[in-house]
Design a protein around this ligand. Structure first.
Ligand code: ADP
Length: 539
């Protein structure tokens, strides 16, 4: 079938790729970057380890700057996640967004209460315990939200309520919880256990126990997420949880943790981690947006090129006028018999001739309407590289190939060999072959889906060849001759025009499109186009 790329992005179909970045499967590139970030953090930790306990004094501007930025990054991340939820309502996204609102809010409240940040004794709460409690609230609500996310994420599905109602309920509940917990941390500090010995600013043993507890909670959630990891979001949440660990470790093992080298480093890590998820989301959204935009452009082009081929047009006309023509033949035959019979039944012959006339007018009207359909489809041949077009189509389908777990291997050997054809039509041909291959592999096991694309130059015939090999179900021998016929399809929603149109396009430019090989293990389609004249000498 000649299909539009964007047609694959419906929300409900099981095999359709997710529309939001957060739910996309992580790729090798994402994993490499994430591992790189973790390695850098480990290297920095190793570098500062000997000095972790060393006090470098209080830098007043450090905490307000770092934590305000962390808080802004967290709240922006929450906004992006909510925006993604509105596109693809998946309950788990709401939970992470809630977690980020908790983190961003408590980070900011802690900064407000921290002595020497926005005011010498902090703007809210008591000098010592309020910031410490905000720290605890920050690092319990966030990992707990991630834990709920990790447990919910594979269950799929949205909530029973509308998207707006679910978002509003989440926001109201999260902010109500923040207000309540903050009130306790600010106004009821006296009733809460104390983390610092007043005056000396030394941590109590309870503080150490809490820090160990928070590290264990962080490690546990990290482990759950690791076991259930799949998406880009899972990956960066793991990095974020990992980056938070030094905060507790430093605090747990140091007698007076604040303002030591370790303390500053740990806060820096938390900032980097917050900004990282945010930048990954923004970058990937821009990439996705550009792909969707190209797909849309391509879909528009496809619409105007859909019926470019004369053969396909003929096939469509033949389909439409088949029955009136059949009736005309039958009627003419009957009329002849009546004229030959004695006595001649001229009245009946007259009626039959009227029928023939009406059928002919119907045929004429059909041809006129089909011609209207083909108007505006013009060829714009250009000298192009077959490989270049194949690469463009691969880029367009990258997301879909990745989502369907396809392993793509390219073996391009004719970089400099050019052919003459309309680039848009050639894009459609290659897109159709790739899409057919993807569909043929839908029933293959996930680790056996392989798409091999190769180009080579046939020096003898001066043809450039592009082969598309898949590991799908193959074309059964009885269909080999029929798959290029118009309206032949084995798919429930297929039109059976794709290969017919593709073949006509390729033949129009002096080439051929064939099923080169097929077996139950897969098939190989091959396009051959004549090498552009100017290049023949140099090929
Ligand atoms: P459609 O995709 O609408 O069926 P096409 O003309 O593109 O129309 O394909 C015609 C038929 O050829 C398909 O229905 C399918 O049976 C067969 N076919 C095409 N490509 C492949 C492939 N890569 N592997 C197996 N069968 C294929």
């Amino acid at each position: 079938m000649l299909k539009a790329n964007t047609g694959q992005f419906g929300l409900n179909a099981e095999h359709d790729p997710p529309m939001v970045v957060a739910l996309m499967p992580s790729t090798q590139r994402h994993r490499t970057v994430a591992i790189g970030v973790v390695v850098v953090m480990l290297a920095v930790s190793a570098l500062v380890a000997p000095f972790v306990n060393r006090q470098i004094g209080k830098i007043d501007s450090f905490l307000p700057v770092v934590q305000t930025v962390t808080s802004a990054a967290d709240l922006l991340t929450a906004t992006l996640l909510l925006a993604q939820y509105s596109v693809q309502p998946h309950r788990a996204l709401l939970v992470v967004a809630g977690g980020y609102i908790f983190a961003g809010s408590f980070a900011f409240l802690q900064t407000l209460s921290f002595p020497g940040s926005y005011a010498p004794n902090g703007l809210i709460g008591d000098v010592y315990n309020t910031p410490a409690w905000f720290f605890v609230l920050w690092y319990t609500t966030f990992p707990l939200s991630i834990l709920v996310y990790a447990l919910l994420k594979d269950r799929g599905g949205g909530s029973r309520f509308s998207t707006t109602a679910s978002m509003a309920t989440t926001l109201i509940s999260v902010f109500a919880a923040i207000a309540l917990l903050s009130w306790v941390a600010i106004a009821e500090t006296r009733r809460l256990p104390s983390f610092f010995t007043t005056g000396l600013m030394l941590q109590t043993s309870l503080s150490n126990q809490f820090n160990i507890g928070l590290s264990l909670l962080g490690c546990f959630v990290l482990l759950v997420l690791f076991v259930r990891r799949r998406t880009v979001l899972d990956l960066w949440l793991m990095v974020t949880l990992f980056a938070a660990l030094p905060n507790f470790l430093v605090a747990a093992y140091e007698g007076s943790a604040r303002f030591s080298v370790g303390w500053y480093t740990a806060r820096g890590f938390a900032l980097i981690a917050s900004c990282m998820l945010l930048s990954v989301l923004v970058t990937e959204m821009i990439v996705l947006y550009s792909r969707l935009a190209s797909a849309l452009v391509m879909q528009r082009r496809e619409r105007s090129n859909r019926f470019v081929s004369i053969d396909a047009a003929t096939a469509a006309i033949a389909h439409e006028i088949g029955s009136p023509l059949g009736a005309i033949t039958l009627n003419a035959n009957t009329a002849r018999q009546m004229l030959a019979a004695q006595p001649r039944r001229l009245d009946e012959v007259n009626a039959i001739l009227r029928n023939i006339e009406e059928d002919s007018l119907r045929v004429n009207a059909t041809i006129t309407s089909v011609r209207e359909l083909f108007k505006g489809a013009v060829d714009r041949p250009a000298t192009i590289s077959l490989e270049g077009i194949a690469r463009q189509v691969l880029r367009l389908l990258q997301h879909e190939l990745q989502f369907n777990g396809m392993l793509v291997a390219t073996d391009f050997r004719v970089e400099m060999s050019l052919v003459r054809a309309d680039p848009i039509q050639l894009q459609q041909v290659i897109l159709n072959l790739f899409k057919n291959a993807i569909e043929a592999m839908a029933s293959t096991s996930l680790n056996g889906r392989r798409l091999n694309i190769a180009t080579r130059l046939d020096e003898r015939s001066s043809f450039v060849l592009l082969s598309v090999q898949d590991t799908g179900r193959g074309v059964p021998p009885q269909h080999h001759d029929r798959i290029f016929d118009a309206f032949f399809t084995t798919k429930p929603s297929g039109m059976g025009l794709g290969l017919a149109i593709c073949r006509t396009i390729i033949e129009r430019y002096g080439g051929r499109l064939v099923l080169a090989k097929s077996s139950p293990q897969g098939s190989t389609f091959e396009i051959a186009l004549p090498l552009e004249d100017d290049r023949r000498g140099s090929a």
